[in-house]
Design a protein around this ligand. Structure first.
Ligand SMILES: O=C(O)C1=N[C@H](C(=O)O)C[C@H](O)C1
Length: 285
């Protein structure tokens, strides 16, 4: 049975007075463990790895692995030089992680052949399962369906974090059946899971985590009525959490609940006062 199903948390990195707050990070992981999540994505977009040194990233990964107490952890990797990213992927192969989450090469917009070569090279170098992170609105390049289907033949490419905003692609991948499809756009998670997707890696699930887990479980057992009712209940929160750049709203919500300081590293900015007030109000309902 694949580990790539259920609700995964792409963890924020809490900062306090400019430094990584490892205590807050470990407390968050323990809180989500108790809430029934399936696993954690460390150093995904939400974790702000682009704002951290290599040493800070490695320390964050170590804290998450310790606090996860055996729940699966995958580590995010991004870049645009195959050789450099391959080194990182090989290094991660010796860590006690359960997979590597790899985005397409950003900014340089390679051809589909270039993208296929990139992922195949990294899959060959990896000792761990690979989750393809298809997020064209961040990388600047789409991984086309034919490319994804070709990559699915590789035994170490096991899942996709699907953020392409294409229901046709999502359905085609689910019907193909070789990659586990994890929704990566939070507003698409309900439809993806209804179509047969395996779950979600969802920043919004940092709050009301138990309800996201309950929604997934309801849909996975075919209880559409209950799954839909929970989705409707979560909808105002989902909308508010997506209304400013991730992870600012999630951090504001967690700060309102007292878990972390409301701090991001520039050029990312904390959520606006108005949104912070709205989120605090939504979380008291
Ligand atoms: O960090 C992630 O993984 C996620 N990234 C997406 C994004 O920031 O675009 C959102 C998703 O909820 C999780």
């Amino acid at each position: 049975m694949s580990i790539f199903s259920g609700i995964w948390i792409p963890l924020v990195t809490p900062f306090q007075a400019g430094a990584v707050d490892h205590r807050a990070l470990a407390a968050l992981v323990a809180r989500y463990r108790d809430a029934g999540v399936a696993g954690f994505a460390a150093l995904g977009t939400t974790g702000e790895p682009a704002a951290m040194s290599d040493e800070e990233q490695d320390a964050v990964l170590a804290t998450i692995l310790r606090a996860a107490e055996g729940l699966p952890v995958i580590a995010g990797v991004s870049g645009n030089q195959t050789v450099a990213v391959r080194e990182r992927v090989s290094w991660l192969g010796d860590r006690p992680i359960d997979g590597v989450l790899i985005a397409a090469p950003y900014y340089i917009r390679p051809s589909q052949a270039g993208i296929a070569d990139y992922f195949s090279t990294l899959a060959e170098a990896s000792a761990k399962p690979i989750v393809i992170y298809d997020i064209p609105y961040r990388t600047g390049v789409r991984i086309e369906l034919d490319t994804l289907l070709a990559l699915a033949a590789h035994p170490r490419i096991e899942a996709i974090k699907d953020c392409a905003c294409s229901p046709e692609t999502t359905l085609a991948l689910i019907l193909d059946g070789r990659l586990r499809v994890l929704a990566g756009n939070d507003d698409a998670m309900f439809t993806s899971m209804c179509m047969g997707g395996a779950g979600a890696i969802a920043a919004t699930a940092h709050v009301r985590t138990e309800r996201f887990v309950a929604m997934h479980r309801a849909l996975a057992r075919g209880d559409l009525e209950q799954g839909r009712a929970i989705y409707h209940e979560l909808a105002p929160l989902l909308r508010a959490l997506a209304s400013e750049p991730n992870p600012a709203p999630v951090k504001a919500a967690l700060a309102a609940e007292g878990w972390i300081a409301n701090e991001l590293r520039a050029p990312m900015m904390p959520a606006s006062e108005a949104l912070s007030r709205e989120l605090a109000a939504l979380l008291t309902v």
